[in-house]
Design a protein around this ligand. Structure first.
Ligand code: IMP
Ligand code: MG
Length: 431
């Protein structure tokens, strides 16, 4: 029996979905514990491409149950749409396969309206959110006025909450942001209907997960976003509104931290970031554009081009520390094939000339830090067929080994292509 957590160690889009899909083989339950449909996981299975925003990537497997924990913010419309799409592709999602926490908060139309209005008002200072209402939904949760999944099943409670919240949001929308108001009655009816459609899927997720644990079976926790988008530990305010660190499994799914055995940190072989905010190793040149093109770096949720740059091990080392990462999963190594020279950032240089291993809390200060690089020779050989480390060219091996050494964690998995089989598994945490 083991509990394994998958986290993104950069700014999201590290390729967590593929690793989750791979490890799902050995797990009984696959669990999301934070974030919402701001996430986008692209999977390629049997040459077919799947994109999920809310449903855990493990859904493609037979005989597994997927869980949406209380820490997730759920847009029921998006969830129902994903269920429907899977159904149409011959993968029915019944209530034995998908469980939704009765305590998860619901993203309402006014959350999305507020998200968009606030971003618009910020102009050049915009965070570059996904515009899905994630932040405002977590705001309401903290303000103790949020609507939870259980409320969708209780018409009187839902009606009162929707009326009160819509009234307040409409004040902000019309009086402060100059936007159109929303209709409470319409929202109430629509969300009551969503409740009816989801009723059978709703349950006490912590109790169900702990039962699986007590039965001696494996659980896999699927983190969304990345640790440097964490609201506490990331590059605030250019962050998301949840905590992608591994510790959130406890608050966001109801499984205690003493149950966790391993934390796998997913590291893209280079770095990307979508949206605004600091990015010390960003390449605003031909190489950056080349990486974006070769790596197909477009947001799975918004379609925005991702910013690209060299691997930053200051960023990854901090994630190792913050999330207690016990194994590294390197993804998209094949994208680097064909570059004559590769750079790895090993430290930052402060304006005073000190070489440091810290990310300053002050964004002004961070902007003054320069990455310190180590340069390495690249490789030209196609590595997408590699199935063991011995199949990799020497320079590629050297790059990988240096990555692991600088991050201070052993390699668990190396991905050399989008397909499920294009993978080198060195250490399976469930084995
Ligand atoms: P929000 O989560 O939509 O509020 O967006 C806040 C920031 O997090 C923006 O910079 C987004 O681009 C970023 N973000 C949110 N979810 C993801 C993700 O799954 N991958 C990468 N970036 C994300
Ligand atoms: Mg993504």
């Amino acid at each position: 029996m083991a509990c394994v957590v998958i986290v993104g160690s950069q700014w999201g889009d590290e390729g967590k979905g593929k690793v989750v899909d791979l490890l799902t083989e050995d797990a009984r339950g696959i669990v999301r514990f934070q974030g919402g449909n701001n996430a986008g996981h692209t999977l390629v299975v049997g040459g077919e491409k799947f994109i999920f925003h809310l449903i855990p990537s493990g859904i493609l497997h037979q005989g597994k149950a997927c869980y949406i924990g209380n820490g997730v913010v759920v847009d029921p419309q998006v969830l129902l749409l994903e269920m429907d799409k899977l159904d149409k592709r011959g993968i029915p999602v019944g209530p034995e396969k998908l469980r939704i926490s009765d305590r998860a908060h619901v993203i309402m139309p006014y959350h999305q309206a507020m998200d968009l209005a606030r971003e618009k008002a910020k102009g050049k200072e915009a965070i570059g959110t996904t515009g899905r209402g994630i932040g405002p939904c977590y705001e309401d949760k903290s303000s103790r006025v949020g609507i939870r999944i259980i409320d969708l099943l209780e018409p009187d409670v839902l009606k009162a909450k929707v009326e009160a919240n819509t009234k307040e949001k409409n004040f902000w929308l019309t009086q402060y942001f100059n936007e159109e108001p929303l209709d409470a009655e319409h929202i109430f009816k629509q969300y009551l209907e969503y409740g009816n459609l989801l009723r059978d899927y709703v349950g006490d997720v912590p109790a169900e997960l702990n039962e699986i644990y007590s039965d001696g079976e494996n659980l896999l926790f699927e983190g969304a976003q990345g640790i440097h988008l964490d609201i506490d530990h990331g590059t605030y305010p250019y962050v998301t509104s949840s905590n992608p660190v591994s510790g959130s499994v406890s608050s966001g799914a109801g499984v205690g931290i003493t149950r966790i055995d391993d934390v796998l940190g997913i590291v893209k072989a280079y770095t990307t970031r979508v949206g605004g905010g600091p990015f010390p190793t960003e390449l605003e040149d031909e190489t950056g554009a080349w990486l974006g093109d070769k790596g197909q770096e477009f947001g799975a949720t918004t379609g925005r081009p991702r910013r690209c740059g060299w691997l930053d091990t200051v960023v990854v080392r901090r994630s190792v520390m913050l999330a207690g990462i016990t194994g590294l999963c390197v993804t998209k190594l094949d994208v680097l094939t064909g570059l004559a020279k590769l750079k790895i950032c090993t430290a930052y240089k402060t304006p005073e000339g000190d070489v440091v291993d810290t990310i300053p809390a002050s964004l002004e200060r961070l902007a003054q830090c320069q990455p310190v690089y180590e340069e390495m020779d690249g490789w030209n050989e196609d590595i997408t067929g590699a199935r063991s480390l011995n199949d990799l060219p020497d320079n590629c091996r050297t790059y990988l080994d240096r990555m692991a050494e600088l991050c201070g964690v052993d390699l668990s998995i190396v991905s050399v292509g989008p397909g499920r089989d294009q993978t080198i598994v060195l250490k399976n945490p469930f084995a």
